[in-house]
Design a protein around this ligand. Structure first.
Ligand code: FE2
Ligand code: FE2
Ligand code: FE2
Length: 423
């Protein structure tokens, strides 16, 4: 599997956080790539700018944050989502060199001198212009008709908010009608590929690092999911070992566990955090999450990802065909997916939810026994019950590790009252 393909699929997951932004991250990647190319930057730099553009709003965890960000007059500087994006990207060895760009992607050109770290990278200035151009556009209307409005606004702030050279290059590419049509008619994904000049093959270990980065984005959105994906990954991996799966399969289970709820990025927080039973309508929306997990991971064209996707996205399918979203009968559900389902359930039952406390061992064991051979694989449930204490330790350890990982983010998270509820 190829590095940038994974970033592009993950960019799509970031775009799911808010319906109204559509393909914002991808469009910014495209605009930024076009600007970088017309500025004559090296192929390595163009690639980096496109990837940074595709992930630029990775630090936006809540849909409400987008409401402010899509206002053209949004304040500049190093704000909450820029700093969160910086920390997230810095935490993964494969995205570390993008972190500084994201940190500065809203800094005004005229404010550069006040930034204590010194240099704001040109890449950040390019993404800033691309980002503001995109939020100026109303995609429900004719985009080409809005060209002058966008150009006039960017010119007005050139030298103040925006780097003048970047604005000049934008004016150049804006001359082509096709540029505006690409944006309007959602052709950016295909076009982005022509600005990717460096796309190395990834090892599974490197993919594991990226999966851990995305776990943070998925889990950090709500205090009720704050450690969920990490715990599921660890439990699934251990359960795989206990079921005698190969080392490689166990690593794939670990990766799939980290990504299994990536589709939850598309579920509004009002549903994820609802302190009570979901209404039928909310439940229908909740059921979309595995569907989105499938669609996001399906974009990555590789043999490993076919397996990872299957194991991740089928975690709510049941052997009796009563699961969702594919209603698959048991004969089509493979061992890895069966393990993931059980790992997810074993973890989720013990966790606190908005409408209930975490369940105790007796209740969890009762539920697993009731579902054994019915919706859950009997052999795997037996393995779990036989190793119950060991798996409980794995789950608890993963929970503690994930919480500890949050300490890095502590000064940001203290703005979210919920952080303290763990202490
Ligand atoms: Fe942003
Ligand atoms: Fe943005
Ligand atoms: Fe789920």
């Amino acid at each position: 599997m190829l590095l940038v393909d994974i970033f592009m699929a993950l960019s799509r997951s970031i775009d799911l956080v808010d319906h109204d932004i559509g393909n914002h991250n991808k469009r910014v990647a495209y605009i930024a790539g076009r600007i970088a190319h017309s500025m004559g930057l090296s192929t390595g730099k163009i690639t980096k700018i496109v990837v940074a553009g595709a992930l630029h709003d990775i630090g936006v965890l809540k849909e409400t944050e987008y409401r402010e960000l899509v206002q053209f007059d949004y304040k500049g500087g190093i704000d909450y989502h820029s700093l969160m994006g910086y920390r997230l990207l810095y935490s993964c060895p494969l995205t570390q060199d993008l972190a500084n760009i994201i940190k500065h992607h809203h800094v005004y050109y005229s404010e550069k001198k006040n930034i204590p770290e010194g240099n704001v990278p040109l890449a950040a200035e390019i993404i800033h212009v691309a980002d503001r151009a995109d939020v100026l556009l109303d995609y429900k209307k004719d985009v080409l008709d809005q060209k002058n409005k966008v150009l006039n606004t960017l010119r007005e702030y050139s030298g103040d908010r925006f780097h003048p050279d970047v604005v000049t290059c934008f004016e150049e590419i804006a001359k082509q009608e096709s540029f505006w049509f690409d944006l309007q008619f959602n052709c950016v994904e295909k076009k982005i590929k022509s600005y990717i000049f460096y796309n190395p093959l990834l090892t599974l270990e490197e993919l594991h690092e990226i999966a851990k980065l995305f776990t943070r984005i998925i889990d950090f959105r709500s205090r009720f999911t704050a450690t969920h994906s990490t715990s599921v990954a660890m439990v699934a991996r251990s359960l795989g070992e206990m079921c005698n799966l190969s080392e490689r399969e166990c690593l794939l289970l670990d990766i799939a566990g980290h990504l299994h709820d990536i589709g939850k990025l598309a579920i509004p927080l009002s549903i994820l955090e609802k302190p009570g039973k979901l209404s039928p309508e909310e439940w229908r929306i909740m059921k979309r999450h595995t569907y989105f997990t499938y669609q996001i991971l399906d974009e990555i064209d590789s043999a490993e990802f076919k397996v990872i996707n299957e194991w991740a996205a089928l975690h709510h399918e049941k052997l009796n065909g009563q699961g969702y979203p594919f209603k698959l009968p048991g004969k089509y559900i493979t061992m890895g997916s069966r393990i993931m389902t059980i790992a997810d359930m074993f973890t989720a039952l013990a966790e606190m939810r908005p409408y209930r406390e975490g369940l105790g061992d007796d209740d969890i064991i009762d539920i697993l026994k009731k579902e054994r051979g019915e919706s859950l694989d009997a052999y795997i449930v037996d393995v779990l019950l036989k190793n119950y204490d060991r798996l409980k330790t794995v789950r608890e350890q993963a929970f503690c590790d994930a919480l500890k990982g949050f300490e890095d983010y502590f000064d940001l998270f203290k703005r979210h009252d919920w952080f303290y509820e763990y202490n």
